[in-house]
Design a protein around this ligand. Structure first.
Ligand code: E4P
Length: 230
């Protein structure tokens, strides 16, 4: 499962890239609005930091297919090859997806709440379909189950499209989809950190360090340890 960051804040992206195995960055119009900066300025900074090979997902905001197509061309022109254009899984979006996929532009179908939307996106040739796990939960359905169904549906129909699960509220939702083997997930920085921040683990490691230092002296480790101990 590829793991992406769902944020546009450079400090957070740098931090997460430094510590974790990250495959790219996804954004949406609301995330970009939070930056209060020119969207292309922010996106170009992200692209420069993550490199040309990493995935960058950017959403088109037009309501009609022709506008989405124009946006897609500009987005890819500005941000390079591994840029995925997020197109909402609506009728106008499917129309745009069909054209853009034929042109070889990578499409990430977004605002997916139902398997049927994902199926149509897959048939259009989208690389990803992004079910919104937590928003589906908030409608009274089970977002994780919807994502699993979509994954199975792609495989059962011989479609190459992968699930890009999005909109997580907690680490448990992510873990379940990771165990299931969906193609990708995008998470907010706090969810990524939440995956590994655990007092019990930290305490266990601290115990090891304390025991070692009781043998060798404070601050001594395996690289600075002398060959004899007094
Ligand atoms: C993904 O495509 C969405 O933009 C995003 O993950 C939505 O997340 P939210 O429900 O936390 O806003």
């Amino acid at each position: 499962m590829k793991l992406l960051i769902d944020d546009a804040h450079m400090d957070l992206i740098r931090h997460l890239y430094e510590f974790y195995p990250v495959d790219g960055v996804t954004t949406n119009p609301s995330i970009l609005a939070k930056s209060k900066r020119n969207p292309y300025e922010v996106l170009k900074e992200i692209r420069a930091w993550i490199g040309a090979d990493a995935q960058l997902h950017v959403q088109a905001v037009s309501r009609e297919a022709a506008g989405m197509e124009e946006e897609a061309h500009r987005i890819v022109k500005e941000l390079g090859e591994n840029t995925y254009v997020k197109i909402p899984a609506l009728p106008e979006g499917f129309k745009a997806m069909k054209t853009l996929c034929k042109e070889g532009i990578f499409i990430s179908a977004t605002a997916v709440y139902t398997p049927m939307q994902a199926f149509l996106a897959g048939k259009c040739g989208a690389s990803y379909a992004a079910p919104y796990i937590n928003r589906i939960d908030n409608l009274g359905y089970d977002g994780v189950q919807v994502a699993k169904k979509i994954h199975d549906m792609f495989r059962n129909n011989g479609l190459k499209t992968e699930v890009l699960a999005a909109s997580f509220k907690n680490s448990r939702q992510l873990l379940e989809l990771c165990e299931y083997g969906v193609g990708a997930a995008t998470v907010a920085p706090e969810i990524m950190e939440g995956l590994v921040k655990n007092q019990t683990v930290t305490a266990a490691v601290e115990d090891f360090i304390r025991d070692f230092e009781s043998l060798t002296g404070t601050g001594i480790n395996m690289s600075s340890c002398e060959m004899t101990i007094e």
